[in-house]
Design a protein around this ligand. Structure first.
Ligand SMILES: *Cc1c(COP(=O)(O)O)cnc(C)c1O
Length: 377
């Protein structure tokens, strides 16, 4: 899905790899020197391209990568033979041999999974790396409190699982004042003390910003690397990584009152200039942004007035009211920024009634991606 042909793309998602690197370094430097930063690159690095991003972060010093599925782990192993790769969704029954051969470490989410991974190590007459995931309050993945207690009483279940990382995940880390944070931290400490000594990991992007007591030995940022604000409501400490740009493909002058787009959801009452750009909900530009968002001129010289999205977002197109711009500044082919600059992922997500994560994941399905500052592997 990177830019392929020679024709100039009418729309592109521009991803600045140097900014992703700086965001990772920012987190790595923020945490105490006793912790290190990994990187979460599940779902194709949140839709931005694991094949470009994981090698870049590895060359920056990242040695711990997290994916969700076995397939993602196998693909990443092909790219990076030497890093630690954890598979967060765990080892599906029957996939143990494949994981072990690819040197992937599954997050073991229940006693059965621990048993099967232990058995795999025994069959191979070796020790296998693993992540023990404890549920401290999400009721999603990880050993339940009962299972954790059982494991504490039978540490021999872990005899062949080494090196091992003890992990849990915070439910409300994006709200610094939320009581769940302290509760989960306390529960994690209690369980950790009962289990054999091993390195620990609790914080994802937002957890990093809760303070040094949350960082343990390894932090697992994903979203923050890609520019999403880990501390909503406060100034975003992360830099913006991407820009979604498209060229105007049609211009329409409206003189008499007339509706725009599907459902006649917008009605221009007087003289209006409508620009159509080839980005739609098939490109991950949410339909909920119809009559909600605005775009701006890509021309760096001119401070662009907001160009409101008028009417509904179509599958492949959006319509913008560009009447605020002088006619000589808007032509067919003029570049428009839909995401970038002040139009951040988080801003658009709020306007669409969702979160930056979901918006980010949806982008880059169809739009050609263009990478800035690509480094030779
Ligand atoms: C996705 C995920 C992360 C990364 O979370 P961000 O909020 O994107 O930093 C970390 N740990 C686990 C268990 C995850 O599922």
């Amino acid at each position: 899905m990177t830019t392929g042909g020679n024709a100039p793309a009418d729309a592109k998602l521009i991803i600045d790899l140097a900014v992703i690197r700086r965001n990772w370094l920012k987190i790595d430097r923020k945490i105490p020197s006793s912790s290190r930063a990994g990187a979460v690159v599940k779902a194709d690095a949140y839709g931005l391209g694991v094949a470009q991003i994981a090698p870049l972060l590895a060359s920056t010093g990242c040695e711990d990568f997290f994916v969700a599925t076995v397939d993602e782990g196998l693909a990443l192993r092909d790219l990076l033979p030497d890093v630690r790769i954890s598979v967060l969704n765990g080892a599906p029954e029957g996939a143990e041999a494949e994981l072990a051969i690819a040197k992937l470490q599954p997050a073991l989410n229940d006693l059965g999974a621990i048993e099967r991974w232990h058995e795999q190590a025994r069959r191979m007459d070796t020790a296998l790396p693993a992540v023990i995931h404890l549920d401290t309050g999400m009721a999603r993945l990880g050993l339940s409190p009962d299972e954790a207690a059982q494991l504490a009483e039978q540490p021999e279940r872990l005899a062949r699982l080494t090196p091992t990382l003890l992990m849990s995940h915070l439910a409300c880390a994006n709200e610094a004042g939320h009581p769940m944070n302290g509760d989960q931290l306390a529960r994690f400490h209690v369980l950790r003390r009962r289990l054999p000594a091993m390195p620990a990991s609790l914080a994802a992007s937002s957890g990093v910003f809760l303070g040094a007591e949350y960082t343990f030995d390894l932090v697992r940022p994903g979203a923050a690397l890609y520019g999403i604000n880990p501390i909503p409501g406060q100034l975003n400490p992360m830099a913006q990584v991407l820009r979604l740009e498209a060229r105007i493909v049609a211009l329409r002058e409206i003189d008499a009152p007339q509706s725009v787009g599907y459902g006649a959801a917008y009605r221009a009452s007087g003289k209006t200039r409508i620009a159509t750009v080839p980005i739609g909900y098939a490109d991950g530009f949410p339909r909920a942004l119809g009559n909600q968002a605005s775009a701006m001129l890509a021309d760096g010289d001119a401070a662009s007035p907001p160009l409101p999205v008028v009417g509904q977002v179509s599958m492949d197109l959006v319509t913008l009211d560009v009447s605020a711009l002088p006619p000589e500044q808007v032509r067919i082919g003029t570049a428009i920024i839909l995401i970038g600059g002040a139009r951040t992922l988080d801003t658009l997500a709020t306007e669409a009634g969702t979160i930056g994560y979901e918006l980010l994941i949806g982008l880059g399905q169809r739009v050609p991606r263009a990478y800035l500052n690509e480094v030779a592997a």
